[in-house]
Design a protein around this ligand. Structure first.
Ligand code: TXA
Ligand code: MG
Length: 323
């Protein structure tokens, strides 16, 4: 059975021991909860894939304690190092060529010649990585294809019995996964919009970011079309509720045109995109729990974190592939 513990010093020590022994530990980061295993151990990493029920071996993000630990794994070009110096710890994942002396195992990288690295900002995550003394591979701690977890309770809902320990560190503040940038080619590319807005990265890089379209599936193999899916069906960019629909609102747009009795949750009544990102996965789970079968989603502004929110909503609305 899965143990659940408040993330105090003793629990973090116990979690680090479990990780070193090949166990699975779910832990809070500032983005979403991660399902962690020793990234240097193929046997431990294999348990992640099994627990999530991932249909294929998608590469995982290796979470490291600092930039030096990242440089021990990957050949980060100067521009990537500058970004890391400014934005780590934080919700930025960098993909770069692996170095021969790296410790992250092939399975964690799904056999690719590159590795994804991130230094998380959440104190519990950092303390855990430091205590484990090695990179921690961690995808979001949900069943494959389901909505990402932002609380320990969400993790238990999806993975009870499949994980050795869940560290409860409260709600993941940002609520949407890290932004992934690839430095594998000549120019940096945005593989996944996320908790760090494109505008911030472009300003620091001094250039626009090439985007990998959702169609170019090979580049980030985990980015399948149907992902982040609740049970209910989603209709995006809705201007009003139709018969039988619940609403996922933004800034009261749907509420303004609906019956008082309509089931509507608002991502951000005041129209704040950071608040909306933080609420996204929790609100989708809430509508599922309240029995919504069809969800109309209000238009979301395209700038800042709106890009990541729209990306997750598009995937949640995509036709389901049965994994
Ligand atoms: O915020 C986050 O990033 C969370 C927390 C736990 O850190 N983690 C997370 O992991 O979202 P996951 O496994 O759900 O997503 C990792 C993404 C996948 O889409 C995967 O394909 C991509 O990173 N990825 C990993 N390694 C890669 C590589 N070498 N090249 C291209 N894409 C890679
Ligand atoms: Mg995920």
């Amino acid at each position: 059975m899965t143990a659940l513990a408040p993330a105090d010093a003793a629990a973090i020590e116990r979690a680090a021991r479990l990780l070193r022994d090949g166990g699975l530990v779910a832990f809070p980061t500032e983005t979403v909860y991660g399902l962690g295993a020793d990234a240097t151990s193929p046997a431990a990493v294999a348990r992640i894939y099994r627990a999530k029920g991932r249909p294929s071996f998608n590469p995982l993000i290796a979470h490291v304690a600092d930039l030096d630990a990242a440089l021990a794994e990957a050949a980060l070009p100067k521009a990537a190092i500058r970004l890391a110096e400014t934005l780590w710890p934080g919700p930025l994942t960098l993909v770069a060529p692996r170095v021969a002396a790296g410790s992250v195992c092939d399975l964690a990288c799904a056999g690719l010649a590159s590795v994804a690295l991130r230094v998380p900002e959440a104190p519990v995550a950092l303390a855990l990585i430091r205590a484990a003394g090695r990179p921690i591979a961690a995808p979001s701690a949900n069943r494959s294809g389901h909505v990402s977890p932002v609380t320990a309770a969400h993790v238990i809902e999806d993975l009870d019995g499949a994980v050795d320990l869940v560290l409860d560190g409260g709600r993941a503040e940002r609520g949407v996964e890290s932004t992934i940038l690839s430095f594998v080619g000549e120019t940096p590319r945005l593989l996944r919009p996320g908790a760090l807005a494109r505008e911030t990265l472009e300003a620091l890089l001094g250039r626009p970011l090439e985007t990998t379209g959702a169609a170019a599936a090979v580049v980030a193999p985990g980015m399948t079309a149907s992902h982040y899916a609740p049970r209910a069906r989603l209709r995006l960019d809705a201007s009003a509720l139709r018969e039988g629909e619940a609403g996922l609102d933004f800034a009261g747009a749907l509420r303004a045109r609906a019956d008082a009795a309509a089931m509507i949750v608002d991502l951000s009544p005041k129209g704040d995109l950071e608040e909306a990102a933080a609420n996204l996965f929790g609100h989708l789970r809430e509508l599922d729990a309240r029995g919504a079968d069809h969800i109309a989603v209000a238009p979301i502004p395209a700038h800042g974190l709106g890009e990541a929110i729209a990306d997750r909503l598009r995937r949640a609305a995509a036709p389901r592939t049965k994994a």
